[in-house]
Design a protein around this ligand. Sequence first.
Ligand code: ZN
Length: 122
Amino acid sequence: MAEVTERILELERRRSVAHMKFVQLLDEGRAQLLREVDAIEEELRQLVSLSGQLPVLIRWTPGPEVTVYHSEKHPCRRVSGRGRHRTSFQRTTEQQALNRGLTRCTACNWATHEREAAEAHA
Ligand SMILES: [Zn+2]
């Protein structure tokens, strides 16, 4: 009888170990998936950025010389702030803005804009 009890305990222990191994494999698989997806999304984001097709905004109204362009999707307060109007800005592509010698506004949220554009392609 002691042998049977011993065998039962042994089987229960093995079942427990099998469960723990399964959970560990799941955790490792999840971590690997996240690493791969992160790398893919980063490359997608870079491609979208390099494509020059991101929609951007350039002010056309009179004022200080225009040197920067803004994110169309996640603009800073120079576009969306109080007293500012989207109609003061012309919509174009980033490549067009670069061709005019303009540079990215550093206040706009380009990271989010690029990520969303990359996700739209995914
Ligand atoms: Zn801006």
